[in-house]
Design a protein around this ligand. Structure first.
Ligand code: ADP
Ligand code: MG
Length: 694
């Protein structure tokens, strides 16, 4: 149950002044329709109307507030000519300019001979002072309708800044104080204001410093958001590890057979990761570890070695993949090695039905299967292991916490859980996404990889690129051609994968194939299989191929509208090629008109293939705002944290969260009760739900 004190925070914006049906719709689209949505939507700028010079002293280019007398209205003669109103003060003259105004309204607003206070951006036009569409035109009597300082909120398309401002102000006044959830010493040390005070300060700033990320109010709010996230993670961690784990220790025989079957030896990073994982298996505590490593860094073989170690210890294992393609691919990679090591494996996806599925489930329940590879199908209720001891979740950010827990619930003992991710994220952010897990990092690539030759080309050279691909394919190459996602909401000028498929098929005939996210699993797999076998040589796709797909013969990657992708995403896509001893290339097609940042970002892609460097640069270039594609990276969304300014708070929040959960796992103490408010406010309340479900 949501704490009562939060009632007003979650009330509908409809009760705020100025928010009727239409504005509510706009708000719904932009931020949400509860007071808390407005409150956590911070201003990014401040308009200062306190500059009140005489007309002739005023410096053009910025906001000014002028006290003038209205002299004359000059209506527009035709539609291209603006409507003008001439005014003056004792120092000089000012023209107010309006395009397509309602003349009768203007005449009422600006009666000739009367004084008005005018505020807006001052321009100089043919040597004369003018203001186009002033922000305010008020009489002296109504001077207080115009605030000295005005906050500017982002994302106000379809909604006027004035309305958003007014509603937010009202919201700040309505919501009650909340019990303090931050640690006393921290608040005292940094002199942080209380939560509601901080909200007031950022929504009613007295200077631009008040809304800067370095302000005490912003720091306070960043603490809150980080702590909410870390606390939710810590609660999940505590729940996952609550069941008593087991010490899983093997005799090394299966692992030895595996290593003998491999044509190479593990890299140093792979060995370190494996050691860390095996140590966790041996420990009595349930493992909760993340193996992070770039595409092609060799995570799969480390995972398989860990599986062998667990099977030696007599338990069953599971490998969970986010898509059918990936599950199949894991099966293909693992099957030959499993045969040599004597590991009994099976595949379970949504496509197993009827009798074969029943037989598979029976074998699983009887303990005849050592390793079950599969998709979400593995976590279905009726799937029972005889003794699940170790589970690996590939691309773990694609799975929710609930799914992780559902998997763990398939055993009486604590299941050791190893997540894997190929999405490198900046070091500073690892904690925010995976604060609940221990991390093993594989940075070193297996030897002998050739860097992918990466080039940026203009989108209008599409025909040249296609011709080049055609020649390469004739000579035996295989190419991926990636288009931005097809979605109703996307702009029409984007080359839809289907359309591109049509053009390329027209040029090159039946050797062109298509995969996209809306296709059925079986059709997707069929297309991939044809690409793998070489029946298809140019595979047009949306980003469905992004994760993990392995076709070593593919050596060309074309990415249309590369500027629309996050760098990490581009990096993953590029990782699909360069998987053999052949030379590979990647062509990033960029729309011509895109700006400086797009240019810089694509330049980074050309200069490095270190995923971690790319992730750091992406963060630096895009700043604290839109940090990577949050969905891609598995990062929770942050509204209040600026990762450049508040980086030092991340670890603090993590440590605090773990301490809280260690001391008061049910959040029933005084601080615990206060913290429940925090979890709900930031909608990290899955943590609370977990506590209720026991
Ligand atoms: P990831 O899962 O991290 O993307 P993979 O496990 O698919 O990477 O490894 C990519 C390729 O590198 C595979 O073909 C694998 O056989 C090979 N490989 C893995 N480790 C090594 C190694 N130590 N030396 C040489 N090749 C390796
Ligand atoms: Mg263990």
């Amino acid at each position: 149950m949501r704490p009562e004190a939060l009632f007003d925070y979650f009330a509908d914006v409809e009760r705020l002044p100025g928010i009727g049906k239409r504005n509510r719709v706009a708000l719904e689209r932009l931020l949400g329709t509860r007071l808390v949505d407005l409150l956590l939507h911070l201003p990014t700028g401040l308009v200062d109307r306190r500059y009140r010079p005489k007309i002739n002293d005023a410096v053009p280019g910025g906001i000014v507030t002028l006290e003038v007398t209205v002299d004359e209205h000059v209506a527009s003669l035709n539609r291209r000519m603006p409507y003008r109103v001439h005014c003056h003060d004792e120092s000089g003259e000012l023209t107010l300019v309006f395009f397509n105004p309602r003349a009768d309204w203007l005449v009422r607003q600006l009666p000739v001979g009367e004084q008005r206070i005018i505020s807006g951006k001052l321009e100089e036009y043919q040597g004369k002072a003018q203001i186009t569409h002033p922000d305010y035109m008020v009489s002296k009597d109504n001077a207080d309708e115009m605030p000295d300082l005005e906050t500017v909120y982002p994302l106000t398309a379809g909604l006027s800044g004035k309305i958003l401002r007014k509603a937010t102000q009202a919201a700040v006044d309505i919501v009650p104080d909340l019990p303090e959830w931050l640690d006393g010493p921290l608040i005292k040390r940094d002199k942080l204001p209380a939560f509601v005070e901080a909200l007031r300060a950022v929504h009613s700033p007295t200077s631009i410093e008040d809304i800067a990320p370095s302000s005490l109010a912003r720091r306070r709010l960043a603490c809150d958001e980080l702590l909410a996230t870390q606390l939710a993670l810590a609660i999940v961690r505590e729940r996952t590890r609550r069941k008593r784990g087991r010490s899983l220790m093997g005799d090394g025989t299966i692992c030895e057979r595996l290593f003998n079957a491999l044509p190479y030896t593990l890299t140093g990073d792979q060995q370190t990761a494996l050691r860390e994982i095996v140590a966790d298996l041996k420990s009595e505590k349930a493992m909760l570890r993340l193996m992070q490593g770039d595409v092609g860094s060799g995570k799969t073989i480390v995972a398989l070695a860990a599986i062998c170690a667990a099977v030696e210890a007599g338990v069953q294992t599971a490998l969970l993949a986010p898509t059918e393609i990936l599950a199949h691919q894991h099966l293909d990679t693992i099957a030959p090695l499993a045969e040599k090591t004597g590991l009994k494996i099976a595949l379970l996806t949504g496509r197993n039905k009827g009798k074969p599925r029943a037989a598979l489930l029976e074998a699983l329940a009887n303990g005849e299967i050592d390793l079950l590879i599969g998709t979400h199908a593995i976590i279905q209720q009726d799937v029972h292991f005889k003794d699940l001891g170790f589970a690996i979740i590939d691309e773990q950010h694609r799975f929710g916490v609930q799914q992780r827990l559902a998997l763990a619930a398939k055993a009486d003992h604590g299941v050791d859980v190893l997540g894997m991710t190929a999405t490198p994220i900046p070091r500073t952010l690892t904690l925010t996404a995976y604060g609940d897990m221990d991390v093993s990092l594989i940075r070193e690539k297996p030897p002998g990889r050739k860097p992918v030759d990466t080039r940026v080309v203009a989108l209008d050279r599409l025909a040249d690129v296609a011709a080049g691909i055609g020649r390469a394919v004739k000579a035996g190459a295989r190419a991926y051609w990636v288009c931005p996602l097809v979605e109703e909401s996307e702009l029409l000028d984007l080359a839809a994968a289907e359309e591109r498929y049509g053009t390329l098929k027209h040029m090159f005939g039946d050797h062109v194939g298509l995969v996209h996210g809306k296709m059925k699993g079986a059709d997707k797999d069929a297309a991939m299989a044809k690409f793998q076998s070489g029946e298809i040589t140019i595979l047009v796709s949306t980003t469905v191929i992004e994760v993990g797909v392995n076709v070593p013969e593919a050596t060309i990657m074309v990415i249309e509208h590369a500027e629309r992708f996050g760098l990490s995403q581009l990096h993953q896509l590029r990782g699909r090629v360069g998987r053999s001893d052949q030379k590979s290339s990647c062509l990033l097609q960029r729309a011509n008109e895109k700006g400086e940042v797009a240019r810089k970002r694509l330049k980074i892609m050309r200069e490095t293939d270190d995923g971690f460097v790319i992730a750091e640069e992406d963060l630096r270039l895009r700043g604290g705002g839109e940090v990577l594609g949050t969905k891609q990276s598995g990062l929770p969304e942050f509204k209040l944290v600026d990762f450049a300014e508040h980086a030092d708070l991340i670890e603090l929040a993590r440590d605090d969260a773990r301490m809280i959960v260690a001391k008061d796992p049910e959040l029933t103490g005084k601080r615990g009760q206060a913290l429940r408010h925090l979890l709900y406010l930031f909608e990290r309340d899955e943590g609370v739900r977990l506590m209720q479900s026991g």
